[in-house]
Design a protein. Structure first.
Length: 308
């Protein structure tokens, strides 16, 4: 990549090759092209895409979706990597930074079912698919009678398994369905008070090498500061709790009418031996340091309530 006046040309985006990941990369590509930059995509298959017979918590976590993309950045084969922020580890490897967070799509979870219009309509013992421990503990708190079965694969694969009759319903991120024009598949989008989203859910983050100052400055123009601060608070909860996909942890921040940032967090025991814990904290968050402190306060409240 090189300077062309004020324009950076030949920006290469590393992306996974699922339909949703490509949509996300093409979205960023279009935003950069609108600013006059030449942008191409480097499609890649990650370990997280290849291992579909085991839960992520047992094979290395969501970081499996980003490691190959980071290697492409390190080797200079790509300049930026576009991620679903909820898939990005809380602490990036040395030499990499999160350059921006774009304006957030709907952060909620969505119930998808060919037969049932709501969670309440599911019959006793109905099979619900998800491989998210967070969703498992939240669903169990709402409907302990349901059979919750593992569900891996990209969005299209999950929908196909539902349509083939393997599940009565599945729970997916509303953002992915909306981005792919599949909003009509959503039976109900759970309000956060009912089913709290994962940290960063619905947001896109762009990762670059820390030494790419010109790229970092360019990408800052794409960022949505309010959503970046909110997701920074959410990620601080997870970081403080040692969060990964092996921890059944939820965190969601929302701006209040008075300008304060409220964060709700939840933790559940996947073995079911402890009750679901929910807490909230609220404070001013004018910068990333304050957002981080707010997230750490929520994590402290979770631990005080019995989360571990």
């Amino acid at each position: 990549m090189y300077f062309l006046g004020a324009v950076l040309s030949n920006i290469v985006i590393a992306t996974r090759e699922s339909r949703l990941a490509l949509w996300q990369a093409e979205h960023v590509q279009a935003l950069l092209q609108e600013k006059g930059h030449s942008v191409s995509l480097l499609g890649m298959t990650t370990r997280g895409d290849q291992i579909l017979d085991k839960s992520l918590s047992k094979v290395g976590g969501k970081g499996l979706f980003v490691k190959e993309l980071e290697l492409a950045l390190e080797e200079g084969r790509a300049d930026i990597a576009v991620h679903s922020l909820k898939d990005v580890p809380m602490d990036l490897p040395e030499g990499f930074v999160l350059a921006c967070v774009l304006e957030r799509e709907d952060p909620r979870d969505a119930l998808v079912s060919p037969r049932y219009a709501s969670l309440d309509e599911l019959p006793q013992g109905a099979i619900v698919g998800t491989s998210s421990l967070r969703r498992v503990v939240l669903l169990r708190a709402l409907r302990p009678d349901l059979r919750i079965e593992p569900l891996r694969g990209n969005l299209d694969t999950r929908l196909r398994k539902l349509d083939e009759g393997h599940y009565d319903a599945i729970v997916l991120a509303a953002a992915g369905l909306k981005r792919l024009g599949l909003e009509e598949r959503i039976r109900v989008a759970f309000e956060p008070d009912t089913m709290l989203p994962a940290a960063g859910q619905g947001a896109l983050g762009i990762e670059v090498r820390a030494d790419r100052a010109e790229l970092i400055a360019l990408l800052a123009t794409l960022s949505h500061r309010g959503d970046w601060l909110a997701t920074a608070a959410e990620r601080a909860v997870s970081r403080s709790m040692g969060g990964s996909c092996s921890m059944p942890l939820a965190a969601h921040a929302r701006w209040q009418a008075d300008g304060a940032l409220r964060i709700d967090a939840a933790w559940g025991d996947p073995e079911g031996s402890a009750p679901l814990v929910r807490v909230h904290a609220e404070a001013e968050a004018a910068d990333f340091a304050q957002a981080g402190v707010l997230g750490e306060q929520a994590a402290a409240l979770l631990r005080a309530a019995g989360a571990h």
